[in-house]
Design a protein around this ligand. Structure first.
Ligand SMILES: [Zn+2]
Length: 178
């Protein structure tokens, strides 16, 4: 089985139905097509200066995401997670302001687990199980949500979400112009 990746990546904002799609498994993580796609994602993430990016955000429904591993005093190290699964989440959550490249200008306090255990295929290493904490745990939870068709504002209360109605409408109408 071969994976299908778009030739040209298009950045998708809120309102684009692909953000609600559940992405499907990558069959050949080491194939040249997969690696080429990841390279394109990496360039887009750098261009947008973000901490993470999921394939749905660039119009592809495959389970690939990038997460910047923040390092003190250094540039973050970029990790590519293929077919990631969150195996465990700590009960203890941390509230912190979060944003998303697909929702420009919107930042909201979101509760996320402080610690998680993740399984993912890492290029060149194979399938790995590892733990992540704090900001990295937050980024991975955010990106894996994307791959499941979930976006960060889904974690808000009905009231805080309804207060964003106007802004969400603005993004959906202005940003998804082809
Ligand atoms: Zn996002």
């Amino acid at each position: 089985m071969s994976d299908k990746f778009p030739e040209k990546l298009k950045f998708c904002y809120w309102g684009n139905p692909i953000l609600r799609e559940k992405a499907v498994k990558v069959e050949n993580p080491e194939s040249p097509e997969t690696q080429e796609f990841i390279e394109k994602m990496r360039l887009i993430l750098e261009e947008h200066d973000g901490l993470g990016l999921a394939a749905n955000q660039v119009n592809c429904n495959r389970r690939v995401c990038l997460a910047a591993f923040p390092k003190e005093g250094e540039y973050p190290e970029m990790k590519v997670l293929i077919n990631p699964v969150i195996l465990e989440k700590s009960k203890k959550t941390v509230r912190r302001e979060e944003g998303c490249l697909s929702f420009p200008g919107i930042y909201k306090d979101i509760d996320r687990p402080g610690k998680i255990k993740v399984k993912a295929y890492i290029t060149g290493e194979g399938e790995r199980i590892f733990e992540a904490e704090e900001l990295l745990a937050r980024i991975i939870c955010h990106e894996v949500d994307h791959l499941n068709g979930v976006v960060f504002i889904d974690h808000l209360s009905y009231l805080s979400r309804s207060l964003l109605k106007k802004e969400l409408k603005r993004i959906a109408e202005k940003k998804n112009i082809l």
